[in-house]
Design a protein around this ligand. Structure first.
Ligand code: BF8
Length: 656
């Protein structure tokens, strides 16, 4: 690989490495094409940034006040205020989690407010997930006697909003309703039960401001507290609330990948995270009025393709084909066939608009938090939902009218189309297997060796999508069932691992089960907020097995962590006792081995050490929650580490 960082004991790819290793031929084709056209992408900008700052890479730079920036090294082991390595590194990690919580919190807020708008009849939306409304009402202890669905849904949404904004020390409704009893006790003893998403973000920024908390272990506790707020007030809440609005997904077969775009059709990509306005836009796109408009423009029809988590949501509910993830967004526009990209919130990179301008692609923004200069802006505001229908119609019109402007000389759609199955909600998984008891039995008798959720972003520090696909192939070969979300799921969907035929690649046991049920060994469960579907599965399976989650053969894997949001994902699972494997060491300094005093050979090494690495990877966190973080950038070694972890858990359980 082109770049080697001895400080991290890791290598990073250059463009040529990416072209050689990326598993999707369409990505390689588009990369080469954009290179020929002289269009810059994330892959070029990554190279232009080399070498990256070694302080920043290890989390050793503090920019929290105007005295700094301060960098920690042998010459200056403390920042100007006196902060040491531990405080700076942990402060950076905890602030990243706060930013991630804020992002998912804003997403959750939009969904909760939309339920209220729908329930009050202000937004023209029906509540399709009736079953979820009654279930949550029961879990929250809301009386339903004599009440209409809408009234109960509104109360449920208000409970969820409380979890997002509570300022006083009362239990969180979602945590009380869904967390395992064993964990509540652990968290109570550790003193890490949170108040709400908003409160914990405020407290974290407060603790890490100049002259704030000087005890890194207290920041580490806040990390756990905030992860619980993140998990229950934003992720879990918004996943269930989206089901209230648009229904609980069921498995469905479709085709994905860049080849779903069609040259004579209007091609519209939907991108971002919030599934609210896009549902209405989809309704308008399917209306006779917009279909006729497309014909009038000379198109044979309209293709809608999904990117990032909005794409995952639509795949799950309607089988809308997904195209790509965060690092493929520029490549998708590079097909020259995309007429418009409709974006809502998060993971929409500024570089996308630059490529869009090269290809004449219309960008339409629909969230006031995610503005892009030069884009058409038609926002959705759940507190002013009256214009939702007319706004969605306008978005659909503009997207379709962009077809006329397409420069056909620049068009080059890769052929790749891949069969895939999406829609794996919690209920869909449990029902398909025939209940939790059956899954527990399959785990106990070793037919399925373990369940691993492989998720998260892309990161240019590893070869694009290579690690996702390599790791997962080796896991299913080893009889491990995989669930996936987010950008990772796009890599796995496009690689054909989410199609029932992929059962052929699975090891003995898992292969037969998947073939019998007609399902893939890799289950695409949705967008990143839907990681809570996998978490819920882990919690409920452990309960059925009569064990704690920490003892079960489960793991959380993020081969390409990128967005700040992923910090909270990993720590949420850790707090529940599920160990993590991450694909890149930063921003925790790696404890590199060093020669022993007087050593005469390279074999005589001492284990390097630092408190934060020990906390996450050693016994610090493990003694508190029964889980730790493994870091491995090389995918074959990563898969071996995961399989070893699963094997160790099985041995401890006495399962063969
Ligand atoms: O929430 S995986 S890059 S798209 S943050 Fe973003 Fe990461 Fe992709 Fe969805 Ni999740």
């Amino acid at each position: 690989m082109k770049y080697y960082y001895p400080l991290l004991n890791a290598e990073m790819p250059g463009r040529e490495d990416v072209k050689e290793l990326t598993p999707n031929p369409a990505s390689k084709e588009l990369l080469e094409r954009l290179e020929q056209e002289g269009v810059e992408t994330v892959f070029d900008r990554f190279e232009a940034q080399q070498p990256q700052c070694s302080f920043g890479l290890r989390g050793l730079c503090c920019r929290n006040c105007q005295w700094g920036p301060c960098r920690i090294g042998p010459k200056s082991p403390r920042g100007i205020c006196g902060k040491d390595l531990n405080l700076i590194v942990m402060g950076n990690i905890v602030r990243a989690l706060a930013a991630g919580l804020a992002a998912h919190g804003r997403h959750a807020h939009e969904v909760y407010m939309t339920i209220i708008a729908a329930a009050e009849g202000k937004a023209n939306l029906s509540l399709k997930g009736e079953e979820r409304v009654w279930q949550l009402a029961e879990k929250f202890g809301i009386s339903t006697e004599g009440k209409e669905l809408a009234a109960v849904a509104k109360e449920v949404a208000e409970y969820l909003l409380e979890d997002l904004g509570r300022m006083t020390q009362e239990p969180m409704h979602m945590l009380e309703a869904f967390a395992p009893g064993e964990r509540k006790k652990v968290w109570q003893e550790l003193g890490v039960l949170p108040r709400s998403g908003s409160y914990e973000v405020m407290e974290t920024l407060h603790m890490t401001t100049l002259g704030g908390c000087s005890d890194w272990t207290a920041l580490a506790e806040q990390e756990l507290r905030m992860a619980l707020a993140y998990c229950y007030s934003t992720l879990y809440g918004s996943s269930l609330a989206t089901e209230i609005l648009f229904g609980i997904p069921k498995p469905k077969l479709t085709e994905v990948n860049y080849g779903v775009l069609k040259k004579d059709y209007v091609n519209i990509l939907v991108h971002g995270h919030s599934p609210v306005m896009v549902e209405k836009i989809l309704e308008k796109i399917n209306s006779p009025e917009i279909q006729q408009l497309a014909k009038k423009q000379g198109a044979k029809g309209i293709v809608v393709g999904g990117m990032c988590c909005t794409g995952d949501e639509l795949l799950a509910r309607y089988g809308i084909p997904t195209v790509t993830n965060i690092m493929g967004q520029e490549l998708a526009i590079g097909t020259g066939a995309v007429d418009a990209v409709v974006v809502d919130m998060q993971c929409v990179i500024p570089g996308m608009k630059i490529v869009a301008d090269c290809f004449g692609t219309e960008i339409i923004t629909t969230c006031n938090s995610n503005r892009i200069p030069g884009a058409v802006h038609i926002p959705f505001d759940p507190e002013k939902p009256e214009t939702l229908d007319q706004d969605a119609l306008r978005v659909a019109q503009i997207a379709v009218e962009a077809f006329k402007k397409r420069d056909r000389s620049k068009m080059n759609i890769p052929e790749e189309r891949t069969r895939a199955m999406g829609g794996w909600s919690y209920e869909a998984i449990v029902d398909t297997f025939g209940g939790l008891d059956t899954i527990v039995q399959l785990l106990k008798d070793g037919t399925i060796k373990g369940i691993v959720t492989v998720v998260g972003c892309n990161n240019p520090k590893v070869p694009y999508e290579h690690n996702h696909v390599t790791i997962v192939k080796k896991l299913i070969e080893g009889g491990i069932l995989v669930t996936t979300t987010g950008c990772c799921s796009h890599a796995l969907l496009n690689a054909g691992l989410c199609a029932p035929e992929a059962a052929e690649m699975a090891g003995e046991g898992l292969k037969e089960v998947c073939q019998k049920l007609g399902i893939p060994p890799v289950l695409a469960v949705g967008g990143c907020v839907d990681n809570t579907r996998s978490l819920r599965l882990f919690i409920d399976l452990a309960e059925k097995a009569g064990r704690a989650v920490k003892d079960m053969p489960f793991m959380f894997v993020g081969p390409e962590p990128g967005n700040e949001k992923t910090v909270g994902q990993g720590v949420s699972f850790l707090a529940h006792g599920v160990s993590n494997l991450v694909g890149f060491p930063a921003p925790i300094p790696v404890p590199l081995p060093k020669p022993k005093k007087g050593a005469r050979s390279n074999d005589e090494m001492e284990r390097g050490s630092n408190d934060i690495a020990d906390f996450f990877a050693g016994d610090g966190l493990y003694t508190k929650v029964g889980a730790r973080v493994y870091t491995e950038p090389y995918p074959t070694l990563a898969a071996q580490t995961i399989r070893m972890h699963i094997r160790r858990k099985r041995l401890n359980l006495g399962w063969k």
